[in-house]
Design a protein around this ligand. Structure first.
Ligand code: GLA
Length: 393
């Protein structure tokens, strides 16, 4: 009997079957990578700071087979088909979902892999535009598969950097490393304590069930307007603040130092820096809670840290939108212990920490608040820390 790989699931088997129907032969393998959420630590990754991201159950899966020629036949269960050649990867004209797959192939080749043609069938259950890094899931699943099939020996951290290059090139956003690192390194029932200065990743147990708690993502379905330009602008403001403080990054800044320099920084630059320092401190406070023996007794104390993070992202970093603020407030009113926008902002999801069994009350509260404003209803999704990218068939 064939040995079952640890991450094998019914959906991967079904994808292999569909691949065979579509391309007329079995795939060489199936690889999967999760979307990600983030307990705390937003806009800290590109400031050499700290974050606590985790993988979620929803994953992107890619079935891959090498071709002897240079054709790339890309097909998505959700979004159609696209044919390219290896030569097209150097150009910039690929659009939509296929661009992330092509971007991953480009990054692998650019890193020294000898690319060949491919057949690829994609199946992703990570909601798109929800701030849960559906694009990192595609890139990381594809890169992991290509690294194996094209013989590119790289550590998960190095693969994350390649996936980040793909994302930066495709989306044109100077994103940090958090999403790709989370997709590749995530651990079941753990958050990853990432130090983006040393690039050290320490998994910390998040015993939600034992603590009688749940985490939910409220996808506000607010469009990601302004997201890419504003992201680059925030990143520049942080660099500017570090420069004016005479530092390499805001990671090195102390609160007293920022207070002393307050008059020299423009008011928005000061607010951006204040968010980053406060957010790093909140991550470290959460880490203190999680590292003590028996963390389940203390998980509820994470709630106020989440809500403080939201206030800082809204007022100091200014990356929230009305839908995120309304969802955050409605979550608290419905009994959440804390809630905050997750990811880059300007749309996407709010992450809420809830006592077990309160998901329905949360949904009713948030949907009521949206309906009262005539907004499209948000989608709710329970998020449980799940394993990172792996070969699954
Ligand atoms: C996006 C980026 C990440 C990170 C977050 C904000 O998800 O891709 O690198 O900067 O925003 O924390």
């Amino acid at each position: 009997m064939a040995m079952q790989l640890p991450g094998t699931d019914e959906r991967a088997k079904h994808l292999a079957l569909r691949f065979r129907q579509h391309f007329g032969a079995a795939p060489d393998g199936v690889w999967a990578a999760p979307g990600r959420a983030n307990l705390l630590g937003e806009h800290t990754d590109y400031n050499a700071g700290f974050a606590l991201p985790f993988g979620i159950r929803q994953r992107a899966r890619v079935a891959l087979r090498l071709r002897a020629d240079s054709r790339l036949l890309l097909c998505s269960e959700q979004a159609g088909a696209c044919e390219l050649s290896l030569a097209d990867l150097r150009g910039e004209r690929i659009a939509g979902w296929a661009a992330y797959l092509a971007g991953a192939a480009w990054a692998a080749i650019d890193a020294g892999a000898r690319g060949t043609g491919l057949e690829l069938l994609l199946d992703s259950e990570v909601p798109v535009g929800a701030g849960l890094s559906s694009s990192a899931a595609l890139e990381c699943a594809t890169l992991l598969g290509l690294a194996e099939l094209w013989g590119l020996q790289r550590s998960p951290l190095e693969l994350a950097r390649l996936a980040q290059r793909a994302e930066q090139r495709v989306a044109g956003v100077p994103c940090g490393l958090m999403d790709q690192l989370a997709a590749l390194c995530a651990r079941e029932q753990h958050v990853l304590w990432v130090d983006f200065q040393s690039e050290e990743v320490v998994p910390l147990a998040l015993p939600l069930v034992a603590a009688g708690l749940e985490l939910w993502a409220i996808d506000t379905r607010a469009p990601h307007q302004l997201a890419s330009g504003a992201y680059a602008e925030r990143r520049n403001a942080c660099q500017q603040a570090a420069r004016q403080l005479g530092l390499h990054s805001l990671r090195e800044a102390q609160p007293e130092q920022l207070a002393r320099a307050a008059a020299e920084l423009s008011p928005p630059t000061l607010r951006r820096a204040r968010h980053v320092l406060g957010e790093n401190a909140r991550v470290q406070a959460a880490v203190e809670l999680l590292r003590q023996p028996g963390p389940e007794a203390r998980l509820a104390q994470l709630g106020p840290l989440l809500s403080a993070s939201h206030a800082s992202l809204r007022d100091d970093f200014e990356v929230s939108v009305p839908q995120l603020d309304v969802a955050q407030a409605a979550a608290e009113a419905a009994g959440a212990l804390g809630a905050r926008l997750v990811g880059g902002g300007f749309g996407g999801s709010v992450l809420a920490l809830l006592p077990h069994g309160m998901g329905e009350a949360l949904a009713a509260g948030v949907q009521g608040a949206f309906a009262a404003r005539g907004w499209a209803l948000p989608q709710l999704l329970e998020v449980q820390p799940a394993a990172g990218a792996a070969r699954v068939l």
